[in-house]
Design a protein around this ligand. Structure first.
Ligand code: ATP
Ligand code: MG
Length: 426
């Protein structure tokens, strides 16, 4: 993409009404725009990153048998009454229709998916099934000061699994845990992400959270370093020892919950009457699990974890572009250039344009800073702020060596790469 055509611009000033690092930085770099507390627009750069995270999640959910659907955000009151959650789910956004009926904006979708599955599943032969969506959720969060970490409107992947018995759910639950870690690995978070025992909710003693260490985290967890697992502060009183090794040595850390999985049992299948005919011809409740993850929160967490004083450092698989290509002209005065013997250097425009086209033809996504009348310093600062994994510079200095200069965003080392080699570099 040509940076001269990008309708958004980076901004130097910190946004006044944001205190979280992820929101400040994503706004300054032109990834998101704030509409009101907890509500953001995803701009071209931000949407690219968000889509890449969603694609990774989609691939890993499909790999464990997930079938993707899309449920509505507008949900009728009666389904929430069926499960007794109309009054007890305190973050529900409620609204009235012209039909005088009441609705809630979907905060989670057990109330929609359970009656849906009831229309299609009748026999043990049709189980298990795994169904998911990636969709916008709404929660009337009290505090919305953590940027994309806590939106009032935010994206969630929610997968629901349906089983004939607990044993089958237990097996799938372990498979889902592994898939979650694959996702965090691809998003550059796995080193800092801990499987964390948390309150169970409906059915099992525990639920499992995936908590990523960062000072921006709103949760406190206790880590057992030997086992690489953790316990959420909210249950540390009832679970004083490591559930795996029995140890009592914990390290206290701040963390963000980037995922949460639950065994639901028959909590939702019972009120909706979701049953199946078992091998013996008898009716039985379907056993359910649910598996949530917030792509927008994952995006914010990546920014909190991967940055330096100059800006974001995106992991390669989810970066908006693999490389920033910087065309740097007029570094020196013509006299200085002549003195340096560089007068014969070919047109910088022409060469930069060709590198851009060649890299794109090679499948390398490039953000080409082709802007005129922008200083070299500003171009370097913008590239660092936006945070693509590689920076390629074309200037008189590099062309004097028939080369471009390549630098990884996460390293201070620069190297010269010959013009004819640059295609093979990526
Ligand atoms: P929290 O305890 O942080 O409020 P939760 O336990 O209520 O989250 P879940 O219902 O488990 O959240 O939602 C599944 C996932 O959706 C979470 O693990 C998180 O990644 C994401 N998520 C939840 N609430 C938000 C929010 N307000 N903004 C962004 N992402 C969210
Ligand atoms: Mg949770």
């Amino acid at each position: 993409m040509l940076q001269s055509k990008l309708f958004t611009k980076t901004v130097k000033e910190l946004p006044k009404d944001e205190i979280s690092f992820n929101a400040q930085t994503l706004i300054r770099a032109g990834f998101i725009d704030k509409v009101t507390a907890g509500v953001y627009t995803f701009l071209p750069l931000g949407l690219k990153v968000h889509n890449k995270i969603c694609d990774i999640i989609r691939e890993e959910m499909n790999a464990i048998g997930g079938q993707e659907i899309l449920m509505p955000a507008l949900t009728p009151k009666n389904v929430w009454q069926t499960t007794d959650r109309w009054d007890s789910f305190d973050a529900l956004f409620k609204l009235a229709g012209v039909d005088k009926k009441e609705y809630a904006l979907g905060a989670t979708h057990e109330e929609i998916i359970t009656p849906l599955v009831k229309k299609y599943i009748f026999s043990y032969k049709e189980l298990p099934v795994y169904i998911y969506q990636i969709q916008t959720k709404f929660r009337n969060e009290l505090r919305a000061k953590a940027g994309l970490i806590r939106g009032r409107e935010f994206s969630m992947k929610d997968l629901y699994s349906f089983h004939k018995d607990e044993e089958d759910l237990d097996k799938y639950y372990e498979i889902a845990k592994k898939a979650y870690f694959k996702i965090y690995d691809r998003c550059g978070l796995s080193d800092k992400t801990y499987l964390t025992f948390a309150t169970g909710g409906a059915f099992s003693k525990y639920s499992h959270e995936f908590q990523t260490l960062t000072s921006a985290g709103e949760d406190t967890i206790y880590i057992c370093d030997d086992c690489k697992i953790a316990i959420n502060e909210e249950i540390i009183k009832e679970q004083e020892t490591c559930p795996k090794c029995g140890g009592k040595k914990f390290r206290k850390e701040k963390a963000v919950e980037v995922g949460n999985i639950f065994k639901l049992g028959a909590r939702f299948s019972k009120p909706f009457g979701l049953q199946f005919i078992n091998e013996g011809g008898k009716k039985q409740d379907v056993i359910m699990g649910c598996y949530g993850m917030g792509p927008s929160r994952v995006m914010a967490t990546i920014v909190e974890v991967h940055h330096d004083g100059r800006g974001i450092i995106w992991p390669e698989e989810i970066a908006p572009f693999v490389a920033s290509l910087l065309k740097i002209k007029n570094q020196k005065s013509p006299a200085a250039r002549r003195a340096a013997g560089q007068a014969k250097i070919k047109n910088i425009d022409e060469i930069s344009n060709k590198i851009y086209t060649d890299l794109q033809a090679h499948g390398v996504e490039v953000l080409y800073d082709d802007r005129e009348n922008i200083s070299a310093g500003e171009k370097f600062a913008d590239a660092d702020l936006i945070g693509c994994p590689y920076r390629i510079v074309v200037s008189e200095k590099t062309l004097a060596k028939d080369s471009v200069e390549v630098k990884r965003r996460d390293s201070e080392k620069c190297e010269f790469v010959k013009l004819k080699e640059i295609i093979n570099y990526f």
